[in-house]
Design a protein around this ligand. Structure first.
Ligand code: SF4
Length: 328
């Protein structure tokens, strides 16, 4: 069953300047993105910094008002929700941030931080809430005496566990993990990833897992969408994407994953150059300036996200030459 459906989502931000402080440009942060997530499953959303993936997460939680498009949660249109309906939705949809230190109030103890969601949603008696806080701490591997401490007394990994405890407090159906392990050491990253996978198996929630690193996304995702400059350029089941990446950008991202065995040769062209500004993306194929396979048509027609003949229909790519790439 589909829990989240996003159709042609656009997030454009106006840029103001000049003597009269008028709108002088627009940032095309998200430019017509569609995807869906099944209940209890994980969609990995990957791309370089500035490609718009975190903006999507914030638009889903309605921290930003979408410029265009439609967002449905459990079949209900939530694109322009506000007031009490939006508050209700937020108990079903939660977010885990990259830096929990910024999202945990430094003046509150961990006990009051974890109790807050229950108070906002008027859940239980004070005693029941305190018991629930202890249960949450135990579930994320934190000692009970953490309730009396402040966020600065913990390491980055422990703070992320507290952030996860807060996110799962109201038993949400969807959690948006925005670069949730990017700021952590590799050994701590795997502990947090394992915890997220265990919690999903126990509680059955879906994840939108946002990261810039394909090797991290691989461990947690059922399906993966690759973003470039505000658009999804390829989306597929995890194994299909890693075994048979079709878009030159996905191929370059996979080529950039470190390989422990130096005898194994990379088969794809590594990525060259910088991501163009989202203020002025190339028209038609956004990847054209960095693509080793670009032809004239790539600067004349926008490639649409579609499957290629004779291959898995759930594996879709936006490239005029997908499946038959050859150098210029
Ligand atoms: Fe490269 Fe053209 Fe495909 Fe864009 S459409 S990725 S420029 S080959």
């Amino acid at each position: 069953m589909e829990i989240l459906k996003v159709e042609e989502l656009k997030m454009h931000f106006p840029v103001y300047g000049g003597i009269f402080y008028r709108q002088i440009a627009r940032v095309f942060a998200v430019d017509g993105v569609s995807f869906s997530i099944e209940a209890g499953k994980t969609l990995g959303l990957v791309g370089e910094s500035g490609c718009g993936k975190s903006t999507i997460g914030r638009a889903l939680l309605r921290l930003y008002e979408p410029t265009a498009g439609r967002i449905s949660f459990e079949g209900k249109d939530i694109t322009h929700l506000s007031g009490s309906s939006l508050r209700e939705l937020r108990s079903d949809m939660q977010m885990i941030f990259q830096d929990p230190f910024e999202s945990l109030n430094p003046r509150h103890t961990v006990g009051s931080i974890l109790e807050e969601p229950f108070q906002i949603h008027r859940w239980g008696t004070p005693l029941e809430r305190r018991q629930e806080v202890l249960r949450l701490l135990d579930r994320v591997g934190m000692p009970a005496d953490s309730v009396h401490k402040y966020p600065h007394e913990f390491s980055g990994g422990q703070r992320q566990r507290i952030g996860i405890a807060r996110a799962i407090a109201l038993k949400p159906k969807l959690i948006i993990c925005d670069e949730a392990v990017s700021a952590l050491d590799v050994s701590i990253q795997s502990q947090i990833l394992n915890l997220l996978v265990e919690l999903q198996q126990e509680m059955g929630m879906a994840y939108l897992f946002i990261a810039h690193d394909l090797s991290v996304i691989r461990h947690v995702s059922d399906q993966i969408a690759v973003m470039y400059l505000g658009r999804i350029v390829e989306i597929a089941e995890r194994d299909s994407l890693y075994k048979n990446p079709l878009h030159p950008y996905t191929q370059a991202l996979i080529a950039s994953i470190p390989v422990p065995d130096p005898r194994r040769r990379k088969t794809f062209t590594p990525l060259q150059g910088e991501v163009p500004s989202p203020l002025n993306p190339p028209p038609f194929c956004h990847f054209v300036e960095r693509c080793a396979y670009a032809q004239a048509v790539c600067s004349q027609q926008t490639p649409q996200l579609s499957s290629i003949d004779g291959s898995d229909p759930s594996h879709r790519v936006a490239c005029h030459f997908a499946g038959r790439l050859s150098h210029k």
